[in-house]
Design a protein around this ligand. Structure first.
Ligand code: SF4
Length: 356
């Protein structure tokens, strides 16, 4: 969900404006232009996760640094006068004092699943976060800030919304999350960020160009990269991609149907294996990245790499990827495209659907 005041850009808009990760510049255009959405965007439990854990992250930041904070209310500082009027938003917290920094700073609080967290530990902050913080530094005139990130167990992803619906108090969850970090179950890290004039100038230029657009931008995210996932749930997919590519799934019945008791064993077995797979995938991703780093460090290169006898040899290849721009092909060869499009609908089972 892009949260925008009409005609204004907040810190999270840069992900979209610059087509970074799962952001989409075109979608941002539709929102700013007040285009009516074609679909209602599904609610994501991850938003509730952020809401629940923000106080815990702020507390952990104070504990680990000795800083004092202000907020979440009253985090708007006077705007720098040179900024255009569309440059808006307010940070999560104001850092009123910090034992090792001068002046006021700003704090953004984020949660991350295990894999994105590990990636941040090894590669640093992803670009959308870097730009988000620069946005607030420009807005407030502060010279420094921090991005505090809490690693959260992915297996809880299905439950945050349920907890919110059930009215579980935020302060109880925050206290429990802090305890998870103290006991070593979850990790916490704060990345310091300093004002970067070149980056702010770059954002200013890109923002001005974007705000001057009279038509939706042509450039859309890589159709064979992030876009299918981005587009699948995009509320503007019909407007943007046309009817043919916006296959609407049959109506989803919110009413709970109860399965016969003789299926209990099948349910339990499938769910148990699903959990094992999810944990194994996360662990494998991390182990693979570590191995890859170690192979580079050992100055090895593509080819067959033999490890211990207990495991098969590793084939290390460089892959070339070719992508097919179906959206452009369709635009330029509409008839031919229609002849070759095959639409089908299949069943999809996902744990955690519906209400219990
Ligand atoms: S359908 Fe895809 S490309 Fe179009 S606006 Fe939505 S996310 Fe962007």
């Amino acid at each position: 969900m892009i949260c925008l005041e009409a005609g204004k850009l907040g810190g999270t808009a840069w992900r979209h404006l610059l087509n970074l990760e799962y952001g989409c510049r075109r979608r941002l255009y539709y929102e700013l232009a007040g285009e009516k959405a074609n679909f209602t965007e599904p609610h994501k439990s991850i938003f509730d996760r952020g809401w629940y854990l923000e106080p815990a992250i702020a507390r952990l930041y104070c504990e680990s640094t000795g800083a004092r904070l202000r907020g979440p209310e009253n985090t708007v500082l006077p705007r720098d006068a040179w900024l255009p009027d569309w440059w808006r938003g307010h940070p999560d917290r104001i850092i009123v004092s910090h034992p090792r920094a001068h002046g006021t700073g700003i704090l953004e609080c984020k949660t991350a699943g295990t894999w994105p967290y590990r990636k941040m530990e090894s590669d640093g902050l992803p670009l959308p976060y870097v730009y988000q913080l620069q946005h607030y530094l420009a807005l407030t005139g502060c010279a420094w800030g921090a991005f505090a990130v809490l690693e959260v167990d992915d297996r809880l992803d299905d439950y945050w919304t349920d907890m919110r619906k059930a009215g579980v108090p935020r302060k109880c969850v925050a206290a429990w999350a802090v305890e998870c970090v103290h006991s070593g179950r979850w990790k916490f890290e704060a990345f310091a960020v300093h004002r970067d004039r070149d980056r702010i100038r770059y954002l200013l230029g890109e923002g001005r160009r974007f705000m001057g657009l009279k038509e939706p931008p042509d450039k859309i995210p890589d159709v064979n990269g992030a876009a299918p996932k981005t587009c699948r749930e995009c509320p503007y997919r019909r407007t943007c991609r046309g009817i043919g590519e916006a296959v609407e799934a049959p109506a989803y019945d919110e009413e709970v149907q109860h399965a016969p008791a003789e299926l209990d064993g099948l349910f339990e077995r499938a769910y148990e294996l699903h959990e094992i797979k999810r944990e194994a995938e996360a662990a494998y991703g991390a182990a693979r990245a570590e191995l890859e780093g170690a192979l580079h460090a050992a100055a090895l290169g593509p080819g067959i790499i033999a490890g211990p006898e207990t495991v098969p040899a590793l084939a290390w290849t460089k892959q070339r990827r070719r992508t097919f721009n179906s959206a452009q092909f369709r635009q330029e060869n509409a008839d031919l495209y229609a002849d070759y499009v095959v639409e089908n609908i299949s069943d999809n089972l996902k744990w955690g659907g519906g209400k219990s």
